[in-house]
Design a protein around this ligand. Sequence first.
Ligand code: OAD
Length: 244
Amino acid sequence: MNAFEQAREWIHAAGKVAVLTGAGISAESGIPTFRGPGGLWRERRPEDLATPQAFARDPDLVWQWYDWRRSVVASAEPNAGHRALAEFEQRKNVALTLVTQNVDGLHRRAGSHSILEIHGSIWTLRCTACGREWRDESVPLALPPLCICNAGLGSGQVRPGVVWFGEGLPADVWPSAENAAKTCDVFLVVGTSAVVYPAAGLIPIAKHAGARVVEVNVEATPMSARVDGVLQGRSAEILPELLR
Ligand code: OAD
């Protein structure tokens, strides 16, 4: 049996499947990844755009970058990889937990319902003064966005509802992600370079808890040698076949 057939067998025998997705699953929707060829971090520094310090220093620059990313995502469509996961969620005999590092919202647009967005969402805005969070899908945004709490006062700042480097993960979703990794029969890792923690830490957590871990990626990652199955290729091609 080859690695693909083996992975398919594990998945179809499983009662609980957890999936961790990263930027690679949205690559075929035309959304740039972070570290690959054409990746966002190849030409820009995360410390200039994706840290609380960067936002404190130059909120306009940070907002312009996020507004540009929102426009890229808004003109993209979910691909066959996203759709395969959404269809798999509908299966009666298997419980699927979808954990994503992506902030693009494409899993939801593909029809997935229960999604743990551990790095937040590019469509969420959060007021740093009153803590209110809301969705705003307008593209382009009127910059800088304002919260109702400071309308007219101009004090509190509104920031993207995403996780930046140096910040903790949302307390309402991270424990569920860890729990899914600890209790699944199969842990599927799709399109992530597996270098950003704590997200990447879900892979050894699942492995130590006894799950079969299967990686889908166009190239090897630091986790490839530690997983049970490596399926090399594009997620939009592999996932529909694997989950069908
Ligand atoms: P990366 O850009 O680090 O990694 C993308 C991965 O997807 C790479 O391993 C590619 O080989 C793989 N890939 C590319 N195209 C693919 C395809 N068509 N099918 C399958 N795999 C493909 O993105 P992430 O791992 O998601 O965090 O990055 C993790 C975090 O770092 C992000 O959530 C973001 C970033 O900085 C924050 O902003 C906090």
